[in-house]
Write a protein that binds this ligand. Sequence first.
Ligand code: GLO
Ligand code: MG
Ligand code: MG
Length: 416
Amino acid sequence: MPKSTDPQEQRALVDRLTAACGGSYSPKVRRRFFISGPQWAASYQGQALFHAPTRGPIQPAEVIERLAEIGIGWWTTHDTDIISTGQLMTSKQDQILAGIEQALKKNGVKCSMVTGETFFHPVWAASPAAEQPEVRAYARQRLENVVEIAHKLGAQFIVYWPGTLGYQFQGVVDEGLMLRRYAEEINAACGKDHEIARATGGSTKRHCLEAKPFEPQAELILPSTDAMLAFINSGLLTHPEMVGVNPEYLHELMWGSAPRAALARALVAGKLWHFDINDGYRLKHDVDIGIGLINPLDWLNVLVLLRSHGYDGPFNLDFKPPRTTSNYGVFKVSFPSAVDRFITLWEIAGEAIADPIIQEATKALEAGAGPLESKDADAIFEANKELWTLHELIAHRLVQILLGLHRGRTFVNLNA
Ligand code: GLO
Ligand code: MG
Ligand code: MG
């Protein structure tokens, strides 16, 4: 029989095994990275359609304090994570924001991003771009209010995940009209931003669109980051230069794409401004698992890509601590381990970029076999075919680097 653990001894066990996992980074080191902790991730109680909550509620001030202790220097929030729907745009909102500003200041944490909730409240049942003018007028006010909150809290980024922008039944709504209507809401937010920036002498924000392929409607109008890029360039936006994207790793994986390729398309468009980091599985629902727990090799390669392209935007920990983790575990295990996996993978990505074997192989591939008669496909293939074996060699080397074999991790006893 395995030894049982009394309830009073369970936290000590978690602490001891966490320490046994080896060194974690100090809060000082963690703060060097532009990593943000979402209010909604920290306060997620484990509930869903088929799930009752497994954790109790937690207030924003406490979340901010816990994140600060861990060394997460940036905090992000939905409008309704901190202000209930009925209190938005009232004097209560100002009071709550004043309290948040105090908590941020006290803990040395900054708000990097504010986002508007357009998916949870019943008013969004038919989307923020519903047929009814009053729903859309309300949606515009909500997005303008998000811009106001962002200015008040000093956030540089605003994210819009449109949520229910889509439908359950084909043919009921006119997709073109829905896109135009949603564009008017983003336009209103950008207009408001200009207005506030002019009035305060501040600068305008970076407005970032986030796509998700399968939820929370049967069909989504803007299901991928590529769709968002097309929307930005559609001619419907009055300030396309103010609007970029916030891809989420798992949202791209969910529809079967290669997140690296999706990120590259946003990078070459100059629109990769914000990045939601997490993990999960292809063609499944949005499990929002912590970064690197499912696809560490792909994550390593994502970070190689971002490091090589000089991405300097935030990494937003948009994951959901699992239902099996306690309130204590959320701040003891979920957040610190997610940050530390990110930092470790970031460092390993640096090693992969500097690896002499990968560098030499890449240079050789780029240089090719040398000048040749350019119209002869067979000859070109024959001249280069041995070089292409390097593709597999580089892939092997990347796995070795991930596993630490380049640093001397061996299983030499097998040779005995
Ligand atoms: C849900 C989304 C959500 C957004 C958030 C920011 O799947 O990932 O968490 O990132 O609403 O706008
Ligand atoms: Mg997200
Ligand atoms: Mg998600």
